[in-house]
Design a protein around this ligand. Sequence first.
Ligand SMILES: *[C@@H]1O[C@H](CO)[C@@H](O)[C@H](O)[C@H]1NC(C)=O
Length: 378
Amino acid sequence: MEYRAMHLIVLVIVFTAKLSYSAKILGIFHMPSYSHFVLGETLFKELAKRGHQVTVISSFPQKEPMGNYIDIPLKILPGILEERVKERNHFDIVNVPVYLVPFLLVQAGLNFTESVFQEPEVQSLLKSDAKFDMVITEQFLNDAHKGFANHFNASSVILSTIGSSIWTNHLVGNPQPFAYCPGIFLNYPPHMTFLQRVKNTLMLTLENLYFHLYFFKKQDEILHKYIPNAANLDEIMYNTSLILFNSHVSSNTPLPRVPSMVDVGGLHIKEVGRLPSDLQEFLDNSKNGAIYFALGSNVKSTDMGKVKIEQILAAISRLEVNVLWKFEDDSWPNLPKNLKIAKWFPQQSILAHSNVKLFITHGGLLSTMEAIYFSVPQ
Ligand SMILES: *[C@@H]1O[C@H](CO)[C@@H](O)[C@H](O)[C@H]1NC(C)=O
C-alpha cells in the first residue's frame, strides 16, 4: 500500500515537472500589415505546437482554431487603416523627403499604440487575473506595449521585423557608432563617404533627440493612461530580456551586437508545398525559364499607372520566357500570351521552382530573404 502511494506521488511529480516546461506567453503584434505578422505568426504557432500556451493580440486571428493558441483580434486599427490604404498609392511615397519619414512614422506610431489599449478585449485582459511568463512584443514605434510585461510581471522579449536599429539598440545597451552604422531610412552602405557620415550623424542625432525628448514621453503617457500603476517606461524599456531580429548575416550589413540580440531572419520560410496545378503546369512548361514579378503584400502593381503598365506589358510580350505577375486587376485587356496574372501567388513555392530564373521584387525584407534562400537572382 505504502509502495503504491509512493508510486503515485512519484508519478504526480514527474507529470507536474513535465508540465512546468511549458510557458504562458502573450504575443502583441499591433501592426495591421501581414508582412509584419507573418513573423509573429510563425513564432507563436511553433511555440503553441511545442506545448506553450500562447495568447496573441493581432489583426490576424487564425482561420482554423489551433490548440494552445488563443486570439485576441484587434478591430480598431485595421478599420482605421483600411480607409487610409484604400486612398494611398504606395508609389507616391518616393516623393516624401527621406528625413521626414521617421518623424511622420512616429505620429502614426502613437495612434497605433493607443488604439491597442482601447480595444475592449485588451482592457478585459488587463483587468483579468491572467498570468504570463513572457510577453513577446513586436517593435514598431509602440514602446508603451512593453508595459504589458511589467503589468503581468513577465519577461519582456522583443521581435523586431527589421534588423537592429536606433529603435532597438538602446533597449539592450547596444552601441551604434554613427560612423559605420547607417540609419534605416538613409539607405547608405556600411562604408559611407565623409558626407554620408555627416548626414547620418545629423539624422540619427535628430531622431535620438526626437525619441527621448518627445516620443517616449508620449508613450509613457499612453501607458499610464491605460495601466496607471505601471512602472516608468524608462525602467520597463531597459528591462528587455531578449530581442529577436528579422535579419541575418547573409543579407544584412555587419553591425555591433550584444549577446541578447539574436538573428532569426528566415524564420518565416516554410517547407514549400506543391503548387496549385495551373501554376505547376505553367512553370513546368516554361522551358526557356520564367520571371516572377511581385511587389509584396502592400504595394499594388496597378497603382503604377496605365502608361507604365502598358510599357511593361509591351516588354513582356517581346520576351521568350514566361512571366508571372502579381497584378490586382484581372480585367486588364490584351495581356500577352506568355503572362499569367493573379492577385496573390504562393511566393515561396514559386521561387522554389527550378524554372524560375529571375525575381522582379520591390526589395522587401521577407522577399529578399526568400530569394536568397531559394537562390533566385533579383
Ligand atoms: C524586469 O523583468 C523581470 C523579468 O525578466 C520582471 O520580473 C520585472 O518585474 C521587470 N521589471 C520591470 C520594472 O518591468
